[in-house]
Write a protein that binds this ligand. Structure first.
Ligand code: ADP
Ligand code: ZN
Length: 754
């Protein structure tokens, strides 16, 4: 029985971060254990704060310890595996204890601080009061005599697809009386279950057998033994777009469940989730739990609770779902594994792959990374034999990959076409429309025009708070908007604030594309998908569902239209502009462009009709674009790995980005320089730790929301010794009180571009 406990307390600053020791009152002793959620008095005024018990001690350390206010019941404890993940995050990502705790319970604790009925005693209160509901399932066939009523037959037909709740049955016109009557006959069985909002109950079940193609079957056969072996194993499913990677996942999940194990499926973005959720729900129904940030708070907590109670066999979600408290994991799938969304950009700065690898090792599970354009690091691992490589080379429907044409936009302008939509693309769209087909157009800029430049002094109008150009948005009466801090200027200015010259608006965003398309094709139904049109809850899913029902002919949008979507009628894809990405910073820039172009081109011609794609660019000879147009990943990889080797980038080293943020530019720069000096000093004492330090340099966007940013790039080997060294330097930086001048953050997974 613990007498004292070490608690990770919420809202601790990094330099004060440690486990705080508290006394456990005798009446709390049999409740408290490792992983308990507790409420503790903190600081001089003993304000209540949330915490998690990370250490237990049987002997009291000192008589003057403060005592815990309250302890949550054992059911709310973090499981052993989650506790180990907390330690892993703390050790690997330089976060605080409680940041690590918050990461593993991404949607918040099940308990929150409150006051007892006396109005003074701080206590923990459950965030959700538990409700139960009745779940009906078929227990026996409906007897032919006495003749069943139409209502009874309807009820049985509904339930033949799987169990349903009373509310669900009522929504389908089956009253409670009918259901109860069938229970009395033994046809149905009823049970009380914890209410877990079945978020996607409207998705109809599908029971027909999945028939894999020969190639898919071969992939499955290569992977399934590793699922059965119960030993940790990593594999890469590298399959061209439309090859049916999802079908292979579904089969593996089926096998995984048959083995009595659980499966976790990660998807990169919420915009990709609807289709993956649909496919999983169709197959596996209520046993699928969903975790992503577009759910509301109650939904998230209920889903989490359902997972923790063992009510889910499959969890599908975005990055943070990698912490889902599933026990007995057999399979972890990371779809589109190269996506940057798997890397957290706020503390703890972890990569989902790293956590997944650890969990797979812990559980003896199969970790399956999947992509048409794997990250260079992963493919390198596969080539080196450290990760099994399984290929799918053909599209399911037997269609060839789309034929791709490049259009030189400089020539277009010279030939007198002032529009952003080239003549070639216009013709292709016209032909496609005439055939009753759909098209997807990618433009990675939202807004109308992307900048305002003075015709006299050439000054570009920047956000007053950020060092980026303001973007003109035509909606809402017209306004300039900063995409970083949200600052607005309306109405839009016409003269240069510096010299009074006339401002010229230029650049091309999704709003303008929509307008040009409407002018060219007045009869076409156009859907714009960007952050502005999809901000409302479920907007994404609704718009995509409308496009799937062919209520639109052309979808134009930002990167959210490029990936994962699977629509039969799409036979034309256009890339209106991604040139800005070609010149982006960071060592992954080429990989990102290659992947984005391949992905979007891959949306075309996935079903019965062949597809085509048109890429508009001002740099038609660009080698990365050329390889992407040819959809030749192997050639791209061969080139990219050479570049990484020559420049010493991952996978040939790890990149550690230390970033600094402060209110004053000189102080921020000076703090970054001091950090670099401290690092050099410490490193000199341990010269055998391989290390190369670049910078400090200003961030690629120097100022965001009045905060200046500097960075240090450290090429290193990410091992315990290096992390210990960096930990020492962080300690010294804090001892010198430098965080007051510039806060510091360490990211072991960044692209190098901050
Ligand atoms: P990928 O993820 O590799 O791009 P998908 O898994 O989305 O490809 O499959 C592409 C399309 O082909 C989907 O519509 C999918 O339903 C269909 N498909 C693939 N394999 C099969 C199969 N074995 N049986 C039926 N449909 C399939
Ligand atoms: Zn701004």
């Amino acid at each position: 029985m613990p007498k004292t406990v070490g608690v990770a307390v919420s809202h601790a600053a990094f330099h004060f971060d440690k486990l705080y020791t508290y006394a456990v009152m005798p009446d709390q002793q049999d409740q408290v254990r490792l992983g308990s959620m507790v409420l503790v008095p903190f600081g001089r005024s003993s304000r209540p704060r949330m915490g998690v018990v990370l250490a237990c001690d049987a002997e009291p350390e000192s008589a003057r310890l403060k005592a815990l206010f309250d302890v949550a019941p054992a059911s709310a404890c973090l499981t052993g595996e989650l506790l180990e993940l907390v330690r892993l995050l703390k050790e690997r990502t330089f976060c605080t204890w409680y940041e690590a705790v918050r990461a593993v319970i991404p949607y918040g604790a099940q308990y929150k601080p409150a006051l007892a009925a006396d109005g003074v005693t701080p206590v923990l209160q459950k965030q959700l009061t538990r409700h139960t509901e009745t779940l009906y399932r078929l227990a026996a066939p409906l007897p032919a005599k006495p003749r069943p009523t139409a209502k009874q037959m309807a009820a049985v037909a509904l339930l033949s697809g799987g169990p349903r709740t009373q509310a669900d049955l009522e929504a389908h016109g089956v009253s409670r009386a009918v259901a109860e009557n069938l229970c009395a006959k033994g046809v149905l069985a009823a049970e009380r279950v914890n209410k877990s909002i079945d978020l996607y109950a409207h998705i109809p079940p599908r029971t027909e057998r999945l028939e894999l193609t020969a190639e898919q079957q071969a992939a499955f056969d290569a992977l399934a033994p590793h699922l059965e072996a119960g030993r940790p194993h990593a594999a890469l499913l590298y399959g061209v777009t439309g090859s049916g990677k999802t079908l292979v996942f579904l089969k593996l999940i089926e096998r995984c469940l048959a083995l009595g194990k659980k499966a976790l499926v990660l998807v990169p973005e919420i915009s990709l989730t609807p289709q993956m959720i649909r496919r999983l729900k169709e197959r596996f129904g209520r046993r699928v739990a969903v975790q992503h940030s577009a759910l509301n708070h109650t939904e998230r907590l209920l889903q989490w609770q359902m997972i923790q109670d063992g009510g889910a066999d499959i969890v599908v979600g975005t990055r943070s779902a990698v912490f889902a408290p599933l026990e007995g994991l057999g399979l972890i799938v990371i779809d589109e594994e190269q996506e940057h969304t798997y890397r957290s950009e706020s503390s703890p700065r972890y990569a989902a792959q790293e956590v997944a690898r650890w969990r797979a090792a812990k559980n003896g599970a199969l970790l399956l990374l999947a992509s048409a354009t794997p990250s260079t690091e992963t493919f390198y691992e596969a080539q080196a034999g450290r990760c099994q490589l399984v290929r799918l080379t053909q599209r399911y429907a037997g269609q060839p990959l789309p034929a791709v044409q490049m259009v030189d936009m400089r020539a277009e302008l010279a030939a007198g076409n002032p529009r952003e939509i080239s003549l070639a693309l216009e013709d292709a769209l016209r032909a496609n429309l005439a055939e009753g087909r759909q098209a997807i157009l990618l433009l990675n800029r939202r807004g109308y025009q992307t900048m305002a430049q003075c015709g006299d002094c050439r000054e570009v109008l920047k956000c007053p708070r950020c060092s980026v150009p303001m973007v003109y948005h035509k909606d809402g009466g017209g306004r300039l908007l900063c995409h970083y801090c949200g600052a607005q200027i309306a109405p839009r200015p016409e003269v240069c604030p510096a010299c009074g010259g006339k401002l010229q608006y230029r650049g091309f965003g999704t709003q303008k594309a929509e307008e040009e398309l409407a002018a060219l094709f007045p009869e076409a139904r156009i859907l714009r998908m960007d952050q502005d049109t999809t901000a409302a809850k479920d907007a994404h899913e609704k718009l995509l569902a409308g496009f799937a029902r062919h209520e639109y002919d052309i979808m134009v949008g930002t990167q959210m239209v490029a990936k994962g979507l699977d629509f039969e009628d799409v036979t034309l894809v256009g890339v209106l502009g991604i040139d800005s990405l070609l010149f982006a910073q960071g060592f992954r820039a080429y990989e990102t462009v290659f992947s984005l172009v391949t992905q979007v081109v891959g949306r075309s011609g996935r079903a019965s009709a062949p597809g085509r794609a048109i890429i508009q660019t001002t740099d038609p000879d660009n080698p990365v674009l050329r390889l992407a147009a040819a959809q030749d990943y192997d050639a791209f990889f061969a080139q990219e790995i050479e570049y990484r080797k020559l420049g010493l980038y991952p996978p040939f080293c790890s990149l550690c980005i230390v970033s600094f943020a402060g209110k004053k530019e000189e102080e921020t720069a000076a703090a970054a320089a001091r950090f670099a000096a401290l690092l050099a000093q410490q490193a000199a004492r341990q010269p055998d730790i391989p290390l190369r330090v670049l910078g400090p340099t200003p961030g690629s966007i120097l100022k965001i929301n009045e905060i200046y940013r500097y960075k240090l790039t450290v090429k290193c080997r990410n091992d315990k010794r290096f992390r210990a060294l960096l930990g020492q330097v962080l300690g010294l930086y804090e001892q010198e009180k430098l965080p007051a001048k510039a806060s510091v953050a360490v990211d072991m997974h960044a692209d190098g571009d901050i």
